[in-house]
Design a protein around this ligand. Structure first.
Ligand SMILES: [Fe+2]
Ligand SMILES: [Fe+2]
Length: 377
C-alpha cells in the first residue's frame, strides 16, 4: 500500500507543495552531488496523515506449506542448516531486506524429527514459539528444560542460551517461530553467539519453570524476587489456556473486537512476557462475528482450532486449523467463527510491547455500517 498522492489535505498550509522549475531541478542535482536533498521533496511521504502500511494482509495456508516444511527435513540436515525454518514472507515487496512477515516481525515454520537437536546459541533477538504439531519436544533456556506439546506457547527471551530438540520417542515437530529480528537489525543491535557445546546440560529439574510459576496467582515465597526483564514462566500450556478461556467466557461478555481474549503475561508483573513482542490466545463462540477495529502495531495469527474467516482491509481471509495470517498496522479487521457448534481459537503474536513502551499504541473502532467493514470488490 502506498500513500495517496492526491490527498486534498496536502494543499493545506504546512504541507509540501513546491512545483519543479529548471532552477530547482538544477539545485536538487547539486544537493544530490553533496549527499543531501531538500526535505520538502519527501516530507509528505515520510510524514503521512496516518500510518500507511507497506505490508499486505497475507494468508499462509498450512495445507500448502506443511509438505514443503516436511520436505526441508529430508533435504537439509539440522547440523548443516543450524535451524530448519521455512520463512513466511509478506505478499508484498515490503520487509524483504529484513525478512519481515509484517512490520518488525519475523516468522517461520521450524521442523525437527525425533532424535534431532537444534544446536545451542543465543542472540539479541527475542523469540517465541507456538507448537503446531508434535509431542515429545523440548527446549532448554538458560539451563531450564521445558517439555512441549501441541498448542503450547513457549518463550526464548533475548540473550538466553537455548537449544531445542525432540526426544527419540517423540513425534516430528512443527513450530511457528516468531522473532523480532527485523527490529533488532533496524536498530543495528543484533548479536549472535554459539554455545561451547552442541547442547546445554539442564541445570534444573525438568519443567521446573512451569512447576514453579505456572499456578494462577501463586508466586513462590521462599526466594529472591524475579528481577529479569522477561517472564520466569517459559511455557504456557494449552490445557491451562483453553480452560482459562472457557472460564472467561462464563464470567462476562468479552471484547466486541476479539471475542474472549487472554494475554500471555509475566506472572510476576502482570505485564507482557517479553520486552518487544507479546502474544494472545482468543476464543470466538460458535457463529460469533466481532466488530471491526484498527490499531497501531502488527499481528500474526495462527488458527489453533476451528474454522472461520477474518475481514482484513475489506477482504475476506478464510482460515482453518494452523492457517496463518497477518494484520498490518492500522488496517481494519474483524473475525468470524463460521461454525454453528464449535468454538474457534486464534493464537497471535504482536509488537504491542514496543508500541506501548514508546507510547505509540492507538486504537479506533469502526463507527459506520454497524461496526463492520464493507467488502472491497
Ligand atoms: Fe535462536
Ligand atoms: Fe485487533
Amino acid at each position: 500500500m502506498s500513500q495517496n498522492k492526491s490527498d486534498p489535505r496536502d494543499k493545506l498550509r504546512g504541507r509540501s507543495n513546491v512545483k519543479d522549475s529548471p532552477e530547482l531541478i538544477e539545485f536538487y542535482e547539486k544537493l544530490e552531488s553533496k549527499s543531501a536533498t531538500a526535505f520538502w521533496r519527501r516530507a509528505n511521504d515520510i510524514e503521512p496523515w496516518e500510518p500507511i502500511t507497506r505490508y499486505n494482509p497475507t494468508l499462509w495456508r498450512y495445507q500448502d506449506l506443511r509438505d514443503l516444511v516436511l520436505r526441508s527435513a529430508e533435504l537439509v540436515k539440522p547440523e548443516e542448516a543450524g535451524r530448519r525454518v521455512i520463512v513466511l514472507m509478506n505478499d508484498s515487496d515490503a520487509g524483504r531486506e529484513h525478512t519481515a512477515c509484517v512490520g518488525w516481525l519475523f516468522s517461520g515454520l521450524q521442523v525437527m524429527k525425533p532424535g534431532e537437536i537444534t544446536p545451542a546459541h543465543k542472540h539479541t533477538a527475542s523469540a517465541q514459539r507456538f507448537i503446531m504439531e508434535g509431542g515429545g519436544a523440548y527446549t532448554v533456556v538458560d539451563g531450564h528444560q521445558v517439555t512441549l506439546n501441541k498448542n503450547d506457547y513457549v518463550l526464548t527471551p533475548n540473550g538466553c542460551w537455548h537449544d531445542h530438540g525432540v526426544f527419540e520417542d517423540g513425534d516430528i515437530s512443527i513450530w511457528q517461530d516468531g522473532l523480532d529480528i527485523p527490529l533488532m537489525n533496524s536498530l543495528e543491535t543484533n548479536f549472535y553467539s554459539v554455545y561451547p557445546e552442541v547442547a546445554q546440560v539442564p541445570k534444573y529439574n525438568i519443567d521446573d519453570s512451569p512447576m514453579t510459576y505456572g499456578a494462577p496467582g501463586l508466586i513462590p515465597a521462599d526466594r529472591e524476587p524475579w528481577d529479569k526483564p522477561y517472564s520466569p514462566l517459559l511455557v504456557y500450556r494449552w490445557k491451562d489456556t483453553k480452560e482459562a478461556l472457557y472460564n472467561l467466557s462464563k464470567a462476562g461478555s468479552g471484547s466486541p473486537f476479539d471475542g474472549y481474549i487472554l494475554r500471555y503475561s509475566n506472572p510476576v508483573t502482570g505485564g507482557w512476557a517479553m520486552k518487544t513482542m507479546g502474544a494472545h490466545m482468543q476464543m470466538l463462540k460458535p457463529g460469533q462475528h466481532t466488530k471491526a477495529h484498527r490499531h497501531t502495531g502488527n499481528v500474526m495469527y495462527n488458527c489453533a482450532g476451528g474454522v472461520g474467516y477474518s475481514i482484513i482491509g475489506g477482504r475476506e481471509f478464510h482460515w482453518q486449523e494452523h492457517d496463518i495470517f497477518c494484520v498490518p498496522s492500522w488496517v481494519w479487521h474483524e473475525h468470524v467463527n463460521t461454525s454453528g457448534s464449535d468454538e474457534a481459537f486464534l493464537y497471535s503474536f504482536n509488537d504491542f510491547p514496543v508500541m506501548e513502551s514508546l507510547s505509540l499504541y492507538q486504537e479506533e473502532s469502526m463507527s459506520e455500517n454497524k461496526g463492520h467493514q464493507k467488502l472491497a470488490g
